[in-house]
Design a binder for this molecule. Structure first.
Ligand SMILES: [Zn+2]
Length: 337
């Protein structure tokens, strides 16, 4: 009896020691609720973060992208806004100074803590705050540099100046983190912390701003693997797509196949390891990003549906439908036979 107990304890200890924090994400209903809080209680009071710029100056959207420097695909958990060095950076919403950091790749960074006007649920936890990160700054005004942690910072205050600290091109990297200031990587590396919630707090910062009418164009083609490639583009200079829902219907209108890519829930990414959040799962529908090609005046990206997933359902005998949802919850939809 005793022996069995010891064995049981040993197995328990082993499993704790080697336990990975399993990655989890906000649910659909949590995101719907957050959208409504942002839309009614936050968005009317926000500032765009870089003086003299607008959404057309965005050089990298939230979501899958090809990295500037390495050419590799990653999941950009921020938006980038191009501006010249020294351009004032504004606090986007009333908040409190949380900290000033100097990260290796993020550079000089100001972090502001904001109280959610209404507490919300995120990843099945009650959250009361969100955090904004302003990265790659060239400098910070003295009144911010010398302010104590917790100092009230009204929306629109200058909290820094655009630069390229930690990177090579002058731009602001703006991040929005829900509930905790700590990234999933930090949580994973600090398992004893009370902040250890095992989720990626980043959502698309465009939720802070006015809804824009999406006006996509869509083109279908195939690559050499006979994958179905759907190119979506917009002349608006950036995409705020947040979910792709692809369905195949039989002639009676029954759904015979359905695949989802979701940026908030990271569906479509390898979620088995926290170190692989950037890795696209290519066994199902995936994004093949080209969304911030700097030479192009339009923003576009490719959605790839692998041949293996459609071979049993040839177009003609089946109807294909693609539904695209933006960060504001608006759906755009089209289908073909
Ligand atoms: Zn960035």
């Amino acid at each position: 009896m005793k022996k069995i107990f010891y064995m049981f304890s040993f197995v328990m200890i082993l499993s704790l020691a080697f336990q990975n924090i399993s990655y989890s994400a906000p649910t659909d209903s949590e995101m719907a609720n957050l959208r409504s809080i942002f839309s009614t209680s936050i968005r009317p009071y926000t500032y765009w973060p870089v003086e003299g710029t607008d959404t057309n100056d965005m050089s990298s959207a939230f979501g899958p992208r090809i990295q500037y420097t390495t050419g590799l695909v990653d999941f950009h958990r921020a938006i980038d806004i191009n501006a010249t060095k020294g351009t004032p950076v504004f606090n986007v919403f009333n908040g409190f100074l949380f900290s000033i950091e100097n990260y290796t790749s993020g550079g000089l960074t100001v972090i502001i803590k904001h109280t959610l006007p209404i507490s919300a649920r995120y990843n099945e936890k009650t959250i009361k705050y969100f955090y904004t990160y302003y990265m790659h700054l060239s400098s910070i005004p003295n009144e911010i540099q010398n302010a104590a942690k917790g100092t009230y910072i009204p929306a629109g205050s200058v909290i820094g100046y655009v630069g390229h600290s930690g990177t090579t091109t002058d731009h602001l990297n703006l991040e929005l983190r829900m509930g905790t200031p700590y990234s999933l990587e930090w949580q994973t590396a600090n398992k004893t912390s009370s902040y250890n919630m095992g989720f990626d707090p980043h959502i698309n910062p465009m939720i802070l701003y006015r809804d824009v009418k999406d006006n996509f164009t869509l083109a279908k083609s195939a690559n050499s693997n006979a994958d179905l490639v759907i190119n979506i583009s917009t002349a608006r200079d950036y995409l705020v797509l947040n979910r792709v829902d692809f369905r195949i219907y039989d002639l009676k209108g029954n759904v015979v196949s359905k695949q989802i890519l979701d940026y908030d829930m990271r569906i479509g990414y390898d979620a088995t390891s926290t170190s692989k959040l950037d890795t696209i799962n290519k066994s199902k529908m995936y994004i093949s990003p080209i969304c911030f090609r700097s030479t192009s005046s339009i923003f576009e990206t490719n959605i790839v549906i692998p041949a293996a997933t459609i071979s049993a359902y040839p177009s003609g005998s089946y109807t294909y439908q693609i539904n695209i949802q933006n960060i504001y919850g608006t759906w755009w939809s089209t289908y073909w036979k």
